[in-house]
Design a protein around this ligand. Structure first.
Ligand code: NDP
Length: 277
């Protein structure tokens, strides 16, 4: 019988997750289906119950459902508990829902394995203090950066978030105006601004010579932040396609106990979007 998986979110129309999981399934010889469901927050409980009651095995949750998914899990991984957000749910043999957050490990694999970056003793700037930032702070701090600044439009959220993680390493929450006169080796954009063509207000000189820019958002065209990096002399300026594939691979591993090869999938999606652009 075909095992069923799905991604829930709103909006969901442009999700690449069904394509990624279909490629993983073909690569590893797994018999499964993976579909995208448009689920607004108010329908989440009902959609989740219906999916699992009809025999579904696991779901991914994206905006705006990760906090709600955290609330529905019977058991949480340590990283999901820290993040207070769940992007992967799996049902165990006793029918209990296990909640995990694979965003952080996905980002870290893309940064350290695919892009070959070393983060130890680096100065890191994380833009944004929403759900994505929550999921990635723990693994970023585990790499032992020299310092990590979280800068956000709503300053209180950056301070609050940094305070939740400062037992794990040197992390400080600030507003964008506190960035003047500082330099960073790696700037990660986890704001939702980029795709709509907006950019957080970044002071000139904030990117250190030889520094790297990484936008968690992705698209067929370079995002506004990727272009900002290119224009400000970044050694690399890349978007979050690699993270997307890596977090999916970690979810696939949780569900199927098999680790797909991500390199060929990232390369294929990258080629496809160049053709679409
Ligand atoms: P949230 O809605 O939880 O957070 C949005 C954040 O963006 C907040 O910090 C908000 O600031 C900030 N923001 C929104 N608009 C602007 C603006 N115009 N200027 C400055 N800051 C702004 O979103 P998520 O954290 O879930 O997602 C953030 C991004 O990360 C999205 O683009 C998403 O697609 C991407 N992502 C990519 C993944 C991948 O696998 N590649 C995985 C997860 C997320 P404020 O608090 O002031 O409102």
């Amino acid at each position: 019988m075909t095992d069923r998986y799905a991604v829930f979110g709103h909006p969901i129309g442009h999700s690449k997750s069904p394509r990624i999981h279909a490629l993983f399934a073909t690569q590893t010889g797994q018999n499964l289906s993976y579909t995208a469901h448009d689920v607004p927050a108010e329908n989440f409980d009902h959609a989740l119950d219906a999916f699992f009651a009809s025999g579904g095995k696991g779901i991914n949750c994206t905006v705006p459902l990760k906090e709600l998914a955290h609330g529905r899990a019977d058991i949480l991984s340590e990283r999901a508990e820290r993040a207070k957000a769940v992007n992967t749910l799996a049902v165990d043999e006793d029918g209990r829902l296990y909640g995990d957050n694979t965003d952080g490990v996905g980002l870290l694999r893309d940064l350290t394995v695919n892009l070959g970056l070393a983060l130890q003793n680096r100065r890191i700037l994380l833009l944004g203090a929403g759900g994505a930032s929550r999921g990635i702070l723990q693994p970023l701090l585990a790499e032992q950066p020299e310092r990590l600044f979280v800068a956000n439009r709503t300053v209180e959220k950056a301070i609050q978030l940094a305070g939740e993680f400062d037992d794990l390493g040197p992390v400080t929450g600030v507003g964008f105006d506190a960035l003047s006169g500082r330099q960073f080796d790696l700037i990660l954009n986890a704001t939702a601004a980029s795709l709509s063509g907006d950019l957080p207000p970044l002071p000139a000189g904030v990117l250190a010579p030889g520094g790297v820019c990484y936008d968690l958002a992705y698209g067929n065209q370079p995002t506004a932040f990727v272009r900002w990096g290119q224009e400000h002399g970044a050694a690399r300026s890349v978007d979050g396609l690699g993270m997307l594939v890596e977090q999916a691979a970690e979810a696939f591993y949780l569900w199927r106990k098999l680790r797909p090869e991500t390199g060929p999938v990232i390369a294929l999606l990258d080629r496809e979007r160049s053709l679409a652009a």
